[in-house]
Design a protein around this ligand. Structure first.
Ligand SMILES: Nc1nc(=O)c2c([nH]1)NC[C@@H]1CN(c3ccc(C(=O)N[C@@H](CCC(=O)O)C(=O)O)cc3)CN21
Ligand SMILES: CC(C)C(=O)C(=O)O
Ligand SMILES: [Mg+2]
Length: 270
């Protein structure tokens, strides 16, 4: 059980906010208790991302992810960790309609998972909601640039800011979420110079994914950097080879079952 005191012992929202311009903030996603326990040793915050719909459940976008699924994975990650701040993504359709709706669903996520903050997608258009939530006790991480929940409007997962004429809009989004009280903002899938500019223009930490090394922190999807994802966008650096390792283990097992070398003396009861 995660008690209130344990929650306070974790890295806090103000501690993350104070990292602006300091040592880069380390973050990864996690959806699973045991892997989150490993990530917890190194990450400042862990995101239970709605990318779990695609990674864990084979969906082709994040649009179909239900709130209850986010809550179940959020609970798993909170149970498996003790140090990192846990941030849970609000899934599509649970916050856009009104600040009231957003508060109701964000409060449900926080009460049922004991996470420390929520994240939602959108810039200027979500500013009123971000202010409403933070003023009522719910810390909000914002997310601008490539916002996967809007992929149907954008026509896919498209890098943002390729046309310099669009930069003022992205800069206005960043300023609007900072001004509204977001404690940090994810900059996803935008050209490097735009992400670097935004990082200088606002006083909350920027967390980059497919953005810039000048961001105040970086995040990747854990399974992508572990080498478990068959498709990897350009911004992913693959640090591990879990896909091939799983394949080797499963194929060795299949061979040994068929030739009856598993189970051996060591794995049976006498
Ligand atoms: N496993 C996983 N990793 C992620 O980073 C991730 C998800 N899932 N699901 C939600 C979103 C979707 N994301 C994506 C998915 C694909 C591209 C992609 O294919 N990008 C192209 C660039 C296209 C362009 O430049 O317009 C690429 O080639 O990298 C980018 C972000 C990031 N998020
Ligand atoms: C990629 C990160 C920022 C995210 O929103 C997710 O994993 O859902
Ligand atoms: Mg997400």
């Amino acid at each position: 059980m995660s008690t209130q005191t344990e929650t306070i012992r974790r890295i806090t929202v103000p501690q993350i906010a104070r990292r602006k311009g300091g040592t880069p903030i380390v973050s990864l996603t996690s959806y699973h208790a045991h892997t989150a326990a490993i990530v917890d040793k190194y990450a400042d915050f862990i995101l239970v991302g709605d990318s779990l719909g695609m990674v864990m459940h084979g969906m082709d976008s994040t649009v179909g992810v239900p709130l209850d699924l986010m809550i179940m994975h959020g609970q798993a990650v909170v149970r498996g960790t003790k140090k990192a701040l846990i941030v849970v993504d609000m899934p599509f359709g649970t916050y856009e309609e009104s600040p009231n709706m957003a508060f109701r669903n964000a409060a449900k996520i926080m009460k049922e998972t004991h996470c420390g903050a929520v994240k939602l997608e959108g810039g200027a258009r979500m500013a009123e909601t971000i202010r409403f939530l933070t003023q009522r006790g719910i810390p909000v991480m914002a997310h601008i640039g490539l916002t996967p929940q809007s992929s149907h409007v954008m026509g896919g997962f498209k890098t943002q800011g390729r046309d310099e004429d669009s930069w003022p809009l992205h800069e206005a989004d960043a300023k609007a979420v900072a001004e509204a009280g977001a404690f940090a903002v994810v900059l996803e899938g935008m050209v490097e110079p735009l992400a670097a500019r935004i990082t200088k223009q606002i006083d909350i930490p920027t967390i980059g994914i497919g953005a810039s090394a000048d961001c105040d922190g970086q995040i990747l999807v854990l399974e992508d950097m572990l080498g478990m994802n068959p498709w990897t966008p350009k911004f992913v650096k693959v640090y591990g080879t879990l896909g091939p390792m799983i394949e080797k283990a499963v194929s060795d097992y299949a061979t040994e079952v068929k030739d009856r070398s598993f189970p051996s003396e060591d794995e049976v009861y006498r």
